[in-house]
Design a protein around this ligand. Structure first.
Ligand SMILES: [Fe+2]
Ligand SMILES: [Fe+2]
Length: 274
């Protein structure tokens, strides 16, 4: 399947970008200083770039599911997720443009590096791609967006975050649903790949949301809470959502659990990976 250049009429809302129209005006944005508006425009535009990259990742997930899943509906959901992520990219670009006060071009495309998972069988690699994107990335993305929404007071930011969040919850479910249908053997083999995937996932999130001791509250109001708050929410999602879900599916979680208990550090590789 080839990724469409942008969202299409066959997508979730029949070609519309959002379920509900975005607000025409947001007085809270008009009240911001030019410097804060520029900062928020940059934050939302970088999110547009990342959403676009996730669209590419879902083409990999959809192809993996087409090969490995007997559930056609899961394949269709993954294909629709490609379209969803294109909508997310455009939605984020539009929000960035509102902060900028002018129409911004789309950001440069970020290259997707598909994990090789060297040493895994072709079948296991497909499942790892589904688990990495959906079970890990989308579940942590949900925690990220929930946190952004909890702090946001600006009308435009809240509306945009709600639209993004409802789709990401769906994308996470694709991975959990697929994992539940895999063989006991596949789930047992999956165990040793989880720690490197979760570690790299959290490391990337932390790089993308750096801690700033002088984080202005206005950023939180418009969808960008402090880095340390985001990091805590991501670790909480790993410990309270992902770990119990994997445990319930009899996936071995020992190394992942130990790393979480040790503080989910990302400044050095866990000893199991060295
Ligand atoms: Fe997204
Ligand atoms: Fe997503």
């Amino acid at each position: 399947m080839t990724a469409p250049a942008q969202h299409t009429r066959s997508g979730r809302w029949g070609g519309a970008l959002t379920q509900r129209p975005l607000p025409e005006r947001d007085a809270a944005i008009d009240a911001l200083s030019p410097a804060l508006r520029a900062k928020l425009a940059g934050i939302w535009l970088s999110r547009a770039a990342m959403e676009r990259r996730v669209a590419d990742s879902f083409t990999v997930v959809a192809a993996a599911l087409a090969r490995r899943s007997r559930d056609e509906s899961l394949v269709r959901l993954a294909e629709r997720a490609v379209d969803d992520e294109h909508r997310h990219a455009e939605l984020s670009r539009i929000v960035a443009s509102r902060f900028a006060g002018r129409e911004l071009p789309g950001p440069p495309r970020l290259a997707l590096v598909v994990p090789e998972h060297r040493g895994a069988s072709a079948e296991l690699r497909d499942t790892l791609h589904v688990v990495g994107q959906c079970v890990l990335n989308e579940t942590t993305a949900t925690a990220f967006l929930e946190t952004c929404l909890r702090f946001a007071t600006g009308d435009l930011a809240r509306r945009a975050l709600r639209e993004l969040l409802s789709d990401e919850i769906d994308h996470g479910r694709v991975g959990w649903a697929h994992l539940a249908t895999t063989s006991t053997e596949t789930r047992r083999e999956l165990g040793r790949w989880l720690l490197p995937m979760a570690y790299l996932n959290l490391q990337l999130w932390r790089e993308e949301s750096p801690v700033d001791p002088e984080h202005p509250p206005a950023l939180s109001a418009h969808g960008a809470p402090p880095g340390e708050v985001i990091h805590a929410a991501l670790v909480d999602a790993l410990a309270s959502l992902i770990l119990p879900g994997l445990r319930a599916l009899d996936v071995p979680i020992g190394p992942l659990e130990r790393w979480l208990e040790a503080g989910a550090f990302t400044d050095r590789a866990p000893s199991e990976l060295v």
